[in-house]
Design a protein around this ligand. Structure first.
Ligand code: NBP
Length: 480
């Protein structure tokens, strides 16, 4: 047993405990600490055999157990508790030591904390961790931000405990960028996760209501899709959930679960920040709103009597053909939601001067995290080919795939609208695609209206400058 630890973890609920075990299983000596001492004791009693742990009951003991420069990971509830823990430990640390916040912090909090600790010479690393408790134990996708020099010392340890991409064994961790970059990227990851799940949900609903398949049949369809370009963790677990039968009733599990989902934390932040940055993340926003709508039980009950088309399930052959079309629509919509998510990362990177490497971001999401997907290799390849790609849709391969998918994508949205199946994700993705490729948008009319009611001025297509039309007078145009 060593007397000094290479890393320490404070906050030993599910995430912290498993992260500490992961470090220990990888040969590091880990100091462990928790506000309530019982959790520390339980960890060492249950899992002490997995590696070298140094158990600390007080903050002073914990800090004393760490080799220098100290690496201290905080895994407590995000928000006030994280500030409380930083306030407790920072005075005990020395310049050059590192505080690593692995919680789900808002990136603005991370920026604030990094700035304050930098003034004390302490390196603060805001570290996004994805993959839940299983990931924390067996290998998460890790998105650390903070000073580059801290990564020189911390990176090799993170590379050891992180997930490894199935394709090439590369560690799913990289130094994302300064201060809040890591937590920002983790936030957008979660936003994309919301969109992915919404699109999968819409595909399921269409296969059920329009094609007339049972959950078990739909599970088989998802299994087939998982062999192709949609190969991903979320498609895989969707098949598992859909094929599960409720033991108590013998009914499909999905039919006995209340159809109300929560929307909180990072998914919502992704949309709020996108609004601040002026980035259209309509697919992610629709996913957040769809969850929000699902939770309005009273409103939904009051609206059930509203009229709409009756579902008329397709015949067997038509259903199979429709399922193929839904795969196309799902894939095309997925490309759009990743396009939007990467746009938000680009905008954040520009706004805060983070210089984020988008190809690397795609690369570290290939293992450990919820959105891990074969598809991310293609995104990485797109950014490797051209680092300044204006949008994923500008990549030749993705553009061609969307071109191939689009007739089916449109047919699916038409079928959904005709049959009254809500597909806000598919529809928003298609509208985004059509808006981007449009020669002219009605924003010109919007500008005319704004100039009419508020003299907000407009620009012209044929001349530089700002102009105003004298709407209340002779309607002549003046330079503004
Ligand atoms: P929780 O988010 O449930 O937090 C519980 C931990 O926070 C306990 O160790 C608790 O100590 C500690 N804590 C609290 Br609450 N207030 C404290 C305070 N004022 N001072 C010191 N410690 C305090 O734990 P979790 O689910 O393991 O998540 C940890 C972090 O990881 C969170 O930020 C979470 O958002 C993030 N995260 C979670 C997941 C996931 O799948 N769960 C995934 C990715 C990231 P106590 O034992 O004394 O009460």
């Amino acid at each position: 047993m060593s007397t000094s630890a290479q890393i320490g973890v404070t906050g030993l609920a599910v995430m912290g405990r498993n992260l500490a075990r992961n470090f220990a299983r990888n040969g590091y000596t880990v100091a462990v600490h928790n506000r309530t001492v019982a959790r520390t004791k339980a960890l060492v009693e249950e899992f002490g055999g997995e590696g070298d742990f140094i158990s600390a009951e007080t903050a002073e003991e914990f800090v004393a157990a760490l080799e220098r420069p100290r690496r201290l990971v905080i895994m407590v509830k995000a928000g006030g508790p994280t500030d409380a823990v930083i306030e407790e430990f920072a005075p005990l640390l020395e310049p050059g030591d590192m505080i690593i916040d692995g919680g789900n912090a808002h990136f603005a909090d991370t920026r604030r904390r990094e700035k304050a600790l930098r003034e004390q010479g302490i390196h603060f690393v805001g570290m996004g961790v994805s993959g839940g408790e299983e990931g924390a134990l067996h290998g998460p996708s890790i998105m650390p931000g903070g000073p580059k020099e801290s990564y020189d010392s911390l990176g090799p340890m993170l590379e050891k405990i992180s997930a490894k991409a199935a394709k090439d064994g590369a560690p799913c961790v990289t130094h994302v960028g300064p201060d809040g970059a890591g937590h920002f990227v983790k936030m957008v990851h979660n936003g994309i996760e919301y969109a992915d799940m919404q699109l999968i949900g819409e595909a399921y609903q269409l296969l059920r209501d329009v094609a007339g398949y049972s959950p078990a049949e739909i599970a088989d369809i998802f299994r087939t899709w998982n062999q192709g370009r949609l190969d991903s963790y979320l498609i895989e677990i969707t098949a598992e959930v859909l094929s599960h039968v409720d033991a108590a009733t013998g009914r499909p599990f999905v039919d006995v679960v209340v159809d109300q989902a929560e929307q909180k934390g990072t998914g919502r932040w992704t949309v709020q920040i996108a609004l601040d940055l002026g980035v259209p993340v309509s697919g992610i926003a629709e996913a957040v709103f769809a969850r929000s709508l699902s939770g309005h039980a009273t409103l939904r009950a009051a609206s059930r009597g509203l009229t709409g088309p009756e579902a008329a399930p397709l015949g067997k052959e038509e259903a199979a053909a429709f399922a193929d079309q839904v795969e196309q629509a799902l894939y095309a919509s997925k490309i759009v939601s990743y396009t939007q998510g990467f746009h938000e990362i680009t905008a954040g990177s520009e706004e805060y001067g983070w210089d984020i490497d988008l190809g690397k971001v795609a690369s570290i999401w290939r293992g450990g995290c919820i959105i891990r997907a074969a598809f991310l290799d293609r995104i990485r390849a797109a950014y490797d080919t051209r680092a300044d790609l204006p949008s994923l849709l500008s990549d030749e391969t993705f553009a061609r795939e969307i071109a191939d998918a689009q007739d089916d994508w449109r047919d699916v949205v038409i079928a959904a609208v005709r049959q009254g199946v809500p597909t806000p994700g598919f529809s928003a993705a298609l509208a985004y695609y059509d808006a981007l490729r449009a020669e002219r948008l009605p924003a010109a009319l919007t500008q005319g209206q704004r100039d009419f009611f508020g003299a907000h001025t407009y620009r012209r297509v044929d001349r530089e400058g700002a102009f105003h039309t004298l709407w209340g007078g002779d309607r002549s145009e003046v330079s503004a």
